[in-house]
Design a protein around this ligand. Structure first.
Ligand code: ADP
Ligand code: MG
Length: 702
């Protein structure tokens, strides 16, 4: 039976043995033949290309060169000797190094023979070298099979390399596994799809990504795996979505009652934008539909998401349910608490805030009134998802700036009361279309594509460090007109101490230029206690402080409409979406606002690209696209912290067409066969259940 060999441990493969098997398990989670086959190369190197040595740069990774050896020389201390050689062609020369086991080298290679050398460039003190490269004679090079000329490169780890398991070794192991398995893998995609998309079957595809026989089939094979990944992801999302809309929930908000109406007619002191009205209607329809709401509210910074969330909360309360609002930072939670408390001050509702800083008696009280149902709206940070937080009847969970939370945290929240909870997630960071397709596939999406009236586009400028006087003059003028300003400094973990010193120095310089009592300047950073931060933020939002010198603790959500200047120091050190978020702190009122980026004279290409994008557009979607191109998806999603959304074979920037296509097909399949019960779809169903287990709605009925 085919499965038997696939589930066999790799210990049986020639050259692996139990020690290496243990290592491969630990480092790469490879245990069985199947795991090994599924370990796809992350790229292929075209060894038909031979680089002139003179053209190599520190940017290159795998290179192949051809030429002659000149000198061999043993250097280094007695116990750490190494062999170095010079290898040259007509264009230049490079050092080749062997750190151990090199006695054979000088015997084997002659200075009169031409060799082909392949390896990964190392860089030491700006100089490139090759260590322990693969070296072939001309005859050997000519005899390389296609798979040798189009060589798969596998990711390895330092530990593996120390134990002599490099990309080449992995390739050998896989080749043995392929021989053993030969054609016995069970097909995972329906035949009709393989035919219509002209994709190779699973066995052919695995053989050809690992040991390609020609470029075309390699290409189709890679495409197959990328398509398969995208299809599964989308299918799961679309099927979950369809099932959500067919599974009744007991939480139905049938009416819009006095709380909503009295807020809408009395407390709200501005006219909603058309977009806000439309989205509120969409949410209202969801909440009353008898099915669970799972909606994403996407709207650029300043588009007015909070008030929409507020109205959703009031509908919940009108129907006797509690609402929680979760924000990613304490400052933001506090601000929401202040805003919402003010809005509903006449409504006789109980609103509380719960963050990690609220402890002891106060915390106990809050927990108790959450459980007995006397609190209507609880606002907080991720402290809300701790297991000690028990609701009386949570009906709606709102998550602000959701891109700051991991999927796990969101999932935890949805188990708080009941799986049937309505959720509204809000995000200000517009994300590129492909990314939205992949990660929000099972959410309904509402978009606030309109800013409140009277907003003027923020004017963005860039100055070099030595031109900062212009920034200060602009700020002075704005303050004289009664406005306020932010000055933001970068702060990252690695250079935290220095960054905080820079912040202090910057603060002192501002105080010198803008002295008391005419001006008041505040300072804020993450190391301050919550009370201190609240104090500073409060003075700023009440307009007492003119200038707030701060780290990125104010990056998301902070809303002080009177602030009209955002100065960003060392702007080159910020990511694009961070810059966009920071800029979004101004331009929230009716008057003209300014964002001034200050940067060093030495900018990397990436930094230039980011800053140029900021000067060119204020459109969050365009910024998101540019960000994706500059950084790649991993950083954008902050995947490293949350562990979500790690794609196996997909690269969003490269595979947009594949993802779009897979989405369309997934949609068709989900509509026509939502239980995947047609015979041709059983393979997909099996795969989805084994891959996603609990996160897939068909798992329970499987
Ligand atoms: P974001 O979408 O960035 O979370 P907020 O909800 O903080 O935006 O709203 C930004 C500012 O605009 C707030 O001061 C809010 O009170 C105000 N605002 C929201 N909607 C409107 C509107 N329709 N008309 C005028 N001002 C509005
Ligand atoms: Mg907001």
């Amino acid at each position: 039976m085919s499965n038997q060999i696939l589930n066999t441990k790799i210990n049986f493969i020639k050259g692996i043995g139990s020690a290496k098997a243990e290592l491969l398990k630990k480092e790469l989670s490879i245990v069985t033949y199947e795991n090994l086959l599924k370990y796809l190369p992350f790229r292929h190197v075209d060894r038909r290309v031979i680089s002139p040595i003179g053209s190599l740069s520190t940017q290159d990774s795998y290179v192949q060169i051809s030429g002659f050896f000149k000198f061999f020389d043993i250097t280094g201390k007695a116990n750490k000797q190494r062999l170095e050689a010079i290898f040259y062609d007509q264009t230049g020369s490079i050092k080749i190094i062997w750190f151990q086991n090199f006695s054979w080298v000088t015997k084997k290679f002659q200075s009169t023979n031409r060799y082909f050398i392949f390896g990964r460039l190392g860089v030491f003190k700006d100089e490139i070298y090759l260590a322990h490269p693969e070296i072939l004679t001309s005859e050997e090079y000519d005899k390389l099979p296609f798979s040798g000329k189009f060589q798969p490169i596998y990711q390895t780890t330092e530990k593996l390399k120390k134990n002599y398991i490099d990309s080449k070794k992995i390739s050998q192991y896989i080749s043995s596994a392929l021989d053993a398995v030969k054609g016995q893998l069970t097909e995972t995609l329906p035949d009709y799809l393989l035919k219509s998309l002209r994709l190779p079957g699973i066995n052919e595809a695995y053989e050809n990504v690992h040991m390609p026989t020609d470029e075309r089939i390699l290409d189709r094979s890679l495409k197959r795996f990328r398509f398969e990944e995208a299809l599964l992801m989308q299918l799961r999302a679309k099927i979950n979505l369809i099932h959500r809309k067919k599974t009744p929930t007991s939480i139905v908000f049938r009416k819009v009652g006095k709380y909503f109406n009295s807020f809408y007619h009395n407390a709200l002191n501005f006219e909603l934008t058309n977009a806000q009205k439309r989205v509120t209607k969409e949410i209202r329809a969801d909440l009353g539909s008898g099915y669970r709401m799972n909606r994403l509210l996407q709207g650029d910074v300043g588009s007015g998401k909070t008030v929409v969330a507020m109205m959703a909360a009031l509908i919940a309360i009108d129907n006797g349910y509690q609402t929680c609002i979760m924000a990613p930072t304490e400052i933001l939670a506090q601000q929401h608490f202040n805003t919402i408390s003010k809005w509903v001050s006449d409504l006789n509702l109980k609103i509380e805030i719960l963050t990690g800083n609220i402890k002891g008696k106060k915390r106990k009280e809050i927990l108790k009134s959450l459980e007995d149902g006397s609190i209507n709206i609880i606002i907080g940070t991720h402290a809300l998802i701790e297991s000690s937080v028990i609701f009386h009847n949570l009906g709606l969970a709102i998550i602000d700036e959701q891109h700051r939370f991991g999927v796990m945290q969101r999932a935890q929240l949805s188990t708080k009361n009941t799986e049937q909870l309505h959720t509204l997630v809000m995000t200000a960071t517009p994300i590129p279309r492909t990314l939205a397709l992949t990660i929000y596939g099972e959410l309904d999406v509402s978009i606030l594509n309109e800013l409140p009236p009277g907003r003027k586009e923020v004017v963005t400028k860039f100055y070099y460090n030595n031109q900062r006087i212009h920034a200060l003059n602009l700020m002075r003028k704005q303050i004289e007109m009664g406005h306020q300003a932010y000055i933001v400094y970068p702060l990252i973990k690695e250079s935290e101490k220095l960054d905080l010193i820079a912040l202090e120095i910057g603060y002192e310089a501002v105080v010198r230029d803008f002295p008391m009592p005419k001006y008041e300047t505040g300072i804020m950073h993450g190391k301050m206690t919550q009370e201190e931060k609240d104090f500073v933020m409060d003075r700023f939002s009440r307009g007492i402080t003119d200038i707030l010198v701060s780290t990125t603790v104010i990056e998301v959500g902070v809303d002080v409409p009177n602030a009209s200047v955002m100065i960003i120091e060392n702007a080159e050190r910020f990511g694009l979406s961070q810059l966009h978020q920071l800029r979004g702190r101004v331009g929230r009122g009716k008057s003209q606002s300014y964002c001034v980026l200050i940067g060093s004279e030495k900018l990397t290409q990436d930094a230039k690209d980011r800053l140029r994008t900021m000067l060119e557009t204020t459109d969050g979607f365009k910024i998101a696209e540019a960000d994706l191109n500059i950084r790649g998806e991993g950083d954008i999603l902050g995947t490293r912290q949350s562990g979500d959304y790690i794609f196996e074979n997909l690269v969003l920037t490269r595979d947009e067409a594949i993802i779009t296509h897979a989405t369309k097909i997934a949609q068709e399949i989900a509509e026509n066969d939502p239980n995947l019960s047609k015979p041709e779809h059983l393979c997909l169903k099996k795969l989805l259940i084994s891959k996603y287990k609990k996160g897939f709605s068909l798992s329970e009925i499987a």
